[in-house]
Design a protein around this ligand. Structure first.
Ligand code: HEM
Length: 468
């Protein structure tokens, strides 16, 4: 069986840059630069560095990272220069899990895969998954009781996991879903552990037979077996279902010169399936958790949210047709993803030199544009730390620079699952909000855990109250 860990790709070498011409940045220590701050206090470090300007140099030995803190510069990077930049080395760790799916592929491979997959995410197609989303939400809440204290982070993660496994693979046996989730968590833990190492140690870390590395390989092998097993079964039996895996298997590239190249290989299908699985459930779970937390800590907004649900749905389970009528719920989610962007920073690597903010950036450089900085910048949002869904009037949206708010990224690499995520998050919020009110456990203090997604450290304890 082919696994992802054996495939490698060449990127432009890390550039040697003349330090004199670099954008400003925080002071650095000899030899280690700012690596300690990066490893031990990443969020404070990134947020604090914004004080040095709209384009800042970070020195995370042996690499330099350009920190982009202005919406216009993000636009230049993601849109104007999109042909000269890509993901490259910055998603190297994710390649162990995802191979070369949409998140990690670049150049012609990314263009082709995106062209083939984009139609599968059309609004009409994803609306077909709405019933699964609400059915599973209803099943999930059957375990909830009035007055119960739950870990909402665990609950949302389990629910979005079940939804993604069903919509992607048409699997729903609890034991299988649990094993897939556990295998993903092992690889996720590994990716976290590796990414938290200074760059100089990362390759070494992957080669050593550490418990982390061994557990990761074990989890990856289970995911591979499951996905390749499903691919083999579908190809052998010709079975077609409505899940995303079937769509990946059946998609045809009308532009392919050679008929053999018109379909995806098994490896490509595997990479895209694992990519959608990994990119699709954790992010949505995190968006839901922060939204519930903000509702729970703003009772007046939670009451207005309940009132909108009661008035619009009158006790009916929500459908996609209801979503445009839930305008306040949409503002709540928009504002929640502003304050707590599920992907807290989005990066690019340069494949060719570019100019940004008046600085020459060489090929092979890493740049990161943290949503967490820009979406909390008082230049674009008054009282940026306040949770104010009402700020999202049409006029406000119109005046906002395009990349002052970009929880789903932008340009040609905009999140392909944006519509799927919006529908899922809105349906889950509405279906649960009809029946439950949340109160945050005051004994729990909130700390952000900046992994690939922005999780609350130590979960999110909530007390449930049954409504009505
Ligand atoms: C609230 C939920 C989600 C958030 C906040 C989110 C955010 C993002 C962000 C920031 C990017 C990078 C965009 C860029 O580089 O410009 C991205 C890419 C991506 N996301 Fe999402 N995402 C979410 C849900 C989903 C879902 C549900 C799926 C799939 C079902 C998905 C699949 C992907 C894929 C495949 C990419 C790579 C696209 C490409 O490079 O062409 N995401 N997402």
């Amino acid at each position: 069986m082919t696994t992802t860990t054996t495939r490698v790709v060449d990127y432009p070498p890390k550039p040697v840059v003349d330090r004199a011409g670099l954008p400003p940045g925080p002071p650095e220590w000899p030899l280690v630069g700012q690596s300690f701050k990066y490893v031990f206090n990443l969020l404070d470090f990134i947020q604090g560095a914004a004080a040095y300007g709209d384009l800042v140099t970070l020195s995370v030995k042996p690499a330099l990272v350009y920190l982009v803190n202005h919406p216009d510069l993000v636009q230049e990077l993601f849109v104007t220069n999109h042909q000269k930049v890509g993901r490259g080395r910055i998603t190297a760790t994710l390649q162990y899990l995802m191979g070369f799916g949409l998140v990690t592929a670049d150049g012609p491979l990314h263009l082709r895969q995106r062209r083939l997959m984009q139609p599968q995410f059309h609004h009409r197609r994803i609306a077909g998954y709405a019933q699964t989303m609400t059915d599973f939400t209803r099943q999930h809440e059957q375990n909830w009781q009035d007055g119960m204290r739950i870990d909402l982070a665990r609950e949302m993660s389990d629910l979005t996991l079940r939804i993604v496994v069903k919509t992607l693979f048409d699997l729903e046996l609890p034991d299988t879903v649990r094993r897939i989730g556990a295998a993903f968590e092992l690889s996720n833990n590994y990716i976290k552990a590796r990414d938290n190492q200074p760059p100089a140690l990362r390759r070494l870390f992957h080669r050593m037979p550490l418990p982390f590395t061994l557990r990761f390989r074990h989890g990856l092998s289970y995911l591979d077996q499951t996905v390749y097993g499903l691919i083999e079964e579908r190809r052998r039996t010709g079975l077609e279902t409505d899940d995303l895996l079937s769509l990946l298997l059946n998609v045809r590239d009308e532009e392919a010169e050679n008929p053999d190249d018109a379909v995806m290989t098994d490896i490509q299908v595997r990479d895209e399936a694992i990519t959608l699985f990994a990119a699709g459930h954790e992010t949505t779970a995190v968006a839901l958790v922060w939204t519930w937390y903000l509702l729970a800590t703003h009772p007046e907004i939670q009451s207005r949210f309940h009132a909108e649900l009661d008035e619009t749905l009158g006790g009916r389970t929500p459908t996609p047709d209801d979503l445009p009528k839930l305008a306040f719920t949409e503002r709540i989610l928009t504002e929640s993803m502003r304050l707590y962007p599920p992907i807290w920073s989005t990066g690019r690597m340069t494949f060719e030199p570019i100019t940004l903010g008046g600085y020459d950036i060489p090929a092979g450089a890493a740049l990161t544009a943290p949503q967490l900085n820009i979406q909390r910048d008082p230049r674009w949002f008054d009282d940026p730390l306040d949770f104010r869904p009402d700020r999202w009037t049409p006029e406000f949206r119109q005046e906002l620079p395009r990349f002052a708010y970009y929880p789903f990224g932008g340009g040609p690499r905009l999140c392909i699952g944006e519509g799927f995520a919006w529908m899922e998050a809105m349906l889950v919020l509405a279906a649960l909000g009809q029946r439950w009110a949340m109160r945050h456990d005051p004994a729990h203090s909130i700390e952000l855990e900046p992994l690939v997604s922005l999780r609350p450290k130590g979960g999110m304890p909530m007390f449930l109250t049954r409504r009505g």
